[in-house]
Write a protein that binds this ligand. Structure first.
Ligand SMILES: Cc1cc2nc3c(=O)[nH]c(=O)nc-3n(C[C@H](O)[C@H](O)[C@H](O)COP(=O)(O)O)c2cc1C
Length: 321
């Protein structure tokens, strides 16, 4: 897309970003999104530094197009080994999304490496702070999003225009967007592009277990819920008996000590990677009801662009007197 700030900055064809994803944001998936003209990202949450590097090398081998990585700060007891790996491969990593914690000390580190910083925020205040601190792009994530999100509980529809009015750097909208119509809606609100997570789990390249992918394509609009609000943010997952049990257990006792064993990555991995949906939970956003196929991520980027172009044509028919 000509004249699109995200496409120009990231050197990509379409402003469609694959969100960083714990466990399921693997190298082949990132490469497929980038091969389709979007921007793939390799998640570092749930990975050892060694495994993170392996996935980066897979992406390097599978695409010649730009891709990025995700660093959820508070997910790692020590971020240094991950930062060292990013520095080692800085020539290949175009951008990094920074989430789950205070990004301000990390922005100069990646700037110094020549890597574009994309800061996840879910309030205007944090977006303004990130811009002031030298962040290059804001990823503004609404409450509809799959996975862990800030505690402000603002919807994408309400949040995007309030952030785009207050910052000058480009803004990517995330949360509940699963198709081209959603993309155009977000861009009408002022976003320069979109980030999607859940849509890219239901793809052939994603390492998520088949049970998880099937669950996504069977899920409807009201099949997600907030697993817990007790850790300062919210975690959106697919409803299940296991999830109800956790919610009931944590209702009266939600200290970090009691909550952590239930929401730990190990439980997520059990379901998302091993397919045990009876003893684990899986992340999904509220746009899950729109996901009806498991296809190549490369193809999905193409589908989203076709849907977006159709949506623009429909809008062209509307003219207010
Ligand atoms: C399975 C899954 C895992 C996620 N893990 C992370 C993560 O590790 N770091 C992060 O910044 N965001 C994470 N997210 C959020 C996504 O990057 C993205 O912003 C979000 O999925 C957008 O909302 P959507 O799922 O409605 O498309 C995750 C989302 C999903 C669905």
């Amino acid at each position: 897309m000509k004249n699109n700030r995200i496409c120009q900055m990231l050197d990509i064809k379409y402003p469609i970003i694959e969100g960083g994803m714990a466990y399921v944001g693997n190298g082949s998936l990132a490469a497929a999104v980038s091969n389709g003209g979007g921007f793939g990202q390799i998640g570092s949450a749930g990975r050892t530094p060694g495994n993170f590097e392996e996935e980066i090398l897979i992406a390097v081998n599978q695409t010649e197009f730009p891709f990025g990585v995700n660093l959820p700060i508070s997910e790692h007891s020590d971020n240094t080994p991950y930062i060292n790996i990013i520095e080692k491969h800085k020539e290949k990593i175009k951008a990094i999304s920074i989430s789950s914690g205070n990004p301000l000390p990390f922005i100069p580190i990646f700037r110094e490496m020549g890597i574009i910083t994309m800061i996840l925020t879910s309030t205007v205040k944090h977006a303004e702070k990130a811009e002031k601190a030298g962040g290059d792009i804001i990823i503004c994530e609404g409450y509809e999003a799959g996975g862990y999100n800030g505690g402000a509980e603002l919807t994408t529809f309400a949040l995007v225009p309030q952030i785009t009015q207050k910052v000058n750097i480009p803004v990517i909208a995330a949360g509940g967007i699963s198709n081209g119509e959603g993309m155009i809606a977000a861009m009408s609100l002022g976003a320069d592009g979109v980030q999607m997570g859940t849509r890219f789990v239901a793809t052939t390249e994603c390492v998520a277990h088949e049970n998880y992918k099937q669950l996504l394509i069977q899920s409807r609009d009201d099949d997600t819920t907030i697993l817990t609000r007790s850790m300062g943010g919210v975690m959106r997952v697919i409803k299940s008996d296991y999830v109800t049990k956790i919610q009931e257990t944590l209702q009266n006792d939600s200290t970090p000590e009691t909550v952590l064993p239930y929401i730990s990555g190990a439980i997520n991995k059990k379901a998302a990677i091993e397919g045990d949906l009876l003893n684990g939970w899986v992340n999904a956003g509220q746009g899950v009801g729109l996901i009806k196929t498991i296809e190549s991520a490369e193809q999905i980027v193409g589908n989203i662009i076709n849907e977006a172009n159709n949506a623009i044509e429909k809008l062209n028919l509307i003219k207010f007197a």
